[in-house]
Design a protein around this ligand. Sequence first.
Ligand code: TXA
Ligand code: MG
Length: 350
Amino acid sequence: MPHPAPSHHRTERLDQDHDGIRRAARLLRQGGLIAFGTETVYGLGGLATSQRTVERIFQAKGRPSFNPLISHFASAEAAFAEANMTIPLRDMAHALARKFWPGPLTLILPRHAESRISQAVTAGLETIAVRVPKGRAVEELLRLTGEPIAAPSANRSGRVSPSTARHVLDELEGRIDAVLDTGPCTVGLESTVLDLTGPHPILRRPGGVTLEELHDICGSTIVVEQGAADGSTPRPNAPGQLSSHYAPSLPVRLDATHIQPGEAFLTFGTQQTEGPQPDLTLNLSPDGNVEEAARRLFASLRQLDQAANRQGLTGIAVAPLPEAGLGRALKDRLRRAAAPRPADQTSPPA
Ligand code: TXA
Ligand code: MG
């Protein structure tokens, strides 16, 4: 389906004071595209109830329209009003919301037949993805807007997710109406996506809430989707599982203990390489703190990619990283960054 041409005009930069947030809410209510920080990453938001606005979100990102979006709400009550839940599911959803909202958890739920969320958000699926994000500014923004906001991460499709307003402008300047500068994101990796529409909860995407934390509420019945764990080939019925994602311009090689010629090195804690030393090294957390590494991952990938390109380097080698806790999400993002790239992904979409 042909899309209207993207709007090429100036992108306003708004401060996260009351005036800035009010302006952002007003632009959203008028159908604008506004990027804003959440605790996870910056989102590219628009009214989830407006098909036309949602189509513009897909277009600004260059995102395939079969990949559905998350709707953001000011409260669990507002989120659950869009879902159709019977008793056991409702109890679990409420328990999860009490424990993790506002926070980095997205729930996939059966869509209510009368939901106001546009079919363009859910890509025609019978399910919806909902979340209540955390952060003073985003919480106020959602309250003032008074409507659900559909928001994918505010990057060009397939690229590294943004954790600052600068990152957003680097990719979307002139393609969106405004960015609300809420400072650097505190978690730094996207929300955990938990699918509650089947007989067992399925972890569709590891993220800011860890599997260990989910087990406390859901018991040990959570199925970890293979693609979610190892970044392997997407399945047609699992829209979240596009394999190459979070890709910097240079190729990424994981679990590196030796540097190959031309490689920059992304490391963690005290890990070093054997043999010849890299010309360029960036440490995600010299103290070996996985939360710090998560917070810094996307900014570090961008920074290292740019510096390596300037120095004429040709690849990024990544040290082995821990698997536990947030390490699962960290490694998931890096596996996707390292995944084989489709030919058309090396250049930004037209
Ligand atoms: O932390 C986050 O979740 C950020 C911030 C902005 O909230 N948003 C984000 O959105 O990461 P996005 O669009 O980059 O990722 C949404 C993920 C995709 O993998 C999508 O396929 C999946 O959620 N998703 C959305 N609706 C779905 C549904 N009904 N069924 C299965 N997966 C769904
Ligand atoms: Mg994304």
